[in-house]
Design a protein around this ligand. Structure first.
Ligand code: HEC
Ligand code: HEC
Length: 499
């Protein structure tokens, strides 16, 4: 089922809350007021009806004693003409109508089983009740008064002394007017209450707008700009109420944050300067190292290499001069020659490591291939794959890449115990990517890189450092028992010549 996201506003909530309370109060008040008013009006009507009935009774008695029934008739006629008097009838004890205005219905017999009689004429009904209200078939409410007329000695002359009651006077008074008046009254009360509620809501809304909402909008505007980074934003609510306090608190907080921010900016600048200095230093160190290596390589080549070559040649010449008979001597010479040759080879390898002339002469691919072969071929299977448009890169970049790969190869040689090593050079449009992948024993990257003092950790750090100095990145994946993959990615300057 989908849920509607209804987020009522503050204005809505307060208005709804106040309206609810006000409606309850007004409804309760109106009801109580109406109820008390109504019972008062009804009591009045009942009292009026009772006194009217008693007046008629008095007239009746007088008329009876004077035997002037016309007087009684004319009084009934008069009252029957009054508005609101629906029925007026004098019944004998058998419920037969004996007197009525204009003699209407005289001689007819009323039925005591009528519900409007039954209310009082059922066993258990209160004996002294005189008034009831009943509704006619048309829905009109009628107040009925039943006034039993007691027999008394003065009447015995013509009435049976044994009878307790000579008859009853029944008077019906319509409540239509009274009800209309009450309804009018209720409408007026409700209208007044509704008006009061509307006025109150209007006032509350106006107050809310001026005192709260308008200021909250300003607060939220400031907070928004502050949140977007303009830390100089401040709230200017000058009142000393809750919102004013809020503004003050915010301003203090903002000031603190702004101070901290300035401090951060300063620290950041400082850090960047230091970083720049460090980078510069590092570059110089690397450059110095390279130059040193170059110099040592040259010296080794020029001096030790030449010396060893000479030595080998001399030994060979001397060997040839030795007569065949002197076997043992020849063997020793042989051994000396082998050692000299080995020394020469190792020197060449050393020179290659220090400063591979191949790199300058034949380029990155050749240098990497040579290095891999020199160091790994005796231990495992080496494969070098080149993809993409192979090209020469700026010397500095080639040297950086070579040094990183050299370190990776060095690691494989020293730690990996690999059976296969794959070297892949991928010349892409804007980057060159070199991958060194082995199937050796791998290592836990976390442990090694966190023990930064260990040579291997330092080696990895150095690789990453070189890569980032040249604007590239280094990515190492390794898992114990699952081999290692080193990927170095370097951006290449545009327009490098094909080679
Ligand atoms: C408000 C209550 C009330 C209503 C309504 C009412 N009566 Fe009565 N009526 C009385 C009382 C009280 C007496 C006197 C009973 C007594 O004192 O024994 C009485 C007495 C009578 C008597 C006299 C004989 C008797 O039974 O005691 C008659 C007849 C009578 N009523 C007829 C009627 C008829 C007909 C109606 C309906 C049109 C009616 N009344 C409606 C209250 C009522
Ligand atoms: C002189 C005789 C006389 C005296 C006294 C008298 N009445 Fe009547 N009354 C009558 C007559 C006659 C009727 C019948 C009238 C008719 O039906 O037209 C009657 C009718 C009534 C009736 C109408 C019911 C019915 O039975 O017809 C009532 C009630 C009544 N009288 C009450 C009284 C009372 C109360 C007194 C005493 C204060 C009294 N009367 C004294 C002669 C008398």
């Amino acid at each position: 089922m989908m849920r509607l996201a209804f987020a009522p506003s503050l204005r809505f909530k307060i208005t709804a809350g106040v309206t609810l309370v006000m409606v309850v109060i007004v409804a309760l008040y109106t009801y109580l007021h109406y109820d008390s008013h109504r019972s008062l009006v009804m009591r009045d009507a009942g009292a009026t009806l009772t006194s009217t009935s008693q007046m008629i009774e008095g007239t009746l008695q007088h008329a009876m004693l004077q035997q002037d029934y016309d007087d009684l008739q004319s009084i009934l006629d008069n009252i029957g003409r009054q508005p609101g008097f629906e029925t007026l009838m004098l019944l004998d004890p058998n419920s037969v109508i004996r007197f009525a205005p204009l003699q209407k219905g005289v001689g007819a017999r009323m039925d005591l089983r009528d519900p409007a009689c039954q209310t009082c004429h059922t066993p258990g009904a209160p004996p002294d009740r005189q008034n009831i209200v009943y509704s006619t078939a048309q829905g009109e409410r009628v107040l009925r008064n039943c006034n039993p007329i007691e027999n008394q000695p003065a009447c015995y002359r013509c009435h049976n002394a044994a009878a307790r009651i000579n008859g009853v006077l029944i008077t019906d008074y319509s409540l239509a007017d009274t009800d209309a008046h009450l309804a009018e009254d209720l409408r007026a009360s409700l209208l007044l209450g509704g008006g009061a509620i509307a006025l109150l809501i209007l006032t509350i809304n106006l107050l809310m707008d001026r005192l709260i909402l308008a200021r909250l909008r300003r607060v939220s505007g400031v907070l928004q700009r502050f949140g977007q980074g303009d830390l100089s934003q401040r709230l200017t609510l000058r009142s000393r109420d809750e919102l004013g306090n809020l503004a003050e608190t915010f301003n203090r907080m903002a000031a603190t944050l702004q101070d901290k921010d300035r401090e951060n900016v300063r620290l950041y600048d400082e850090l960047q300067q230091k970083e720049a200095a460090r980078t510069h230093l590092l570059q110089q160190v690397i450059q110095a190292q390279e130059e040193e290596r170059k110099r040592i390589a040259r010296d080794l080549h020029d001096q030790l290499g030449a010396t060893l070559s000479g030595l080998t040649l001399s030994i060979e010449a001397a060997e040839r001069a030795i007569p065949d008979q002197i076997h043992s001597l020849k063997e020793r010479w042989q051994r000396a020659k082998d050692l000299a040759t080995q020394a020469l080879e190792e020197t060449h390898k050393l020179i290659l490591d220090l400063r591979p002339g191949v790199l300058d002469d034949l380029g990155l691919v050749a240098a990497i291939r040579a290095d891999a072969e020199a160091h790994l071929q005796s231990r495992c299977q080496v494969q070098v794959v080149v993809t993409g448009a192979r090209k020469r890169l700026p010397p500095q970049l080639e040297l950086t890449l070579f040094r990183i790969v050299q370190e990776a190869i060095n690691n494989v040689e020293k730690h990996a115990h690999a059976r296969r090593v794959n070297l892949r050079l991928d010349f892409q449009k804007a980057v060159v990517q070199v991958t060194v992948e082995d199937d050796g024993q791998g290592f836990d990257l976390e442990t090694v890189s966190h023990t930064g003092t260990e040579t291997r950790g330092l080696g990895l750090l150095g690789m990453a450092e070189r890569a980032s100095l040249a604007g590239g990145s280094l990515h190492i994946e390794s898992q114990i028992g699952r081999g290692t993959r080193v990927v170095v990615t370097m951006p290449t300057p545009p327009g490098t010549s094909e080679g």
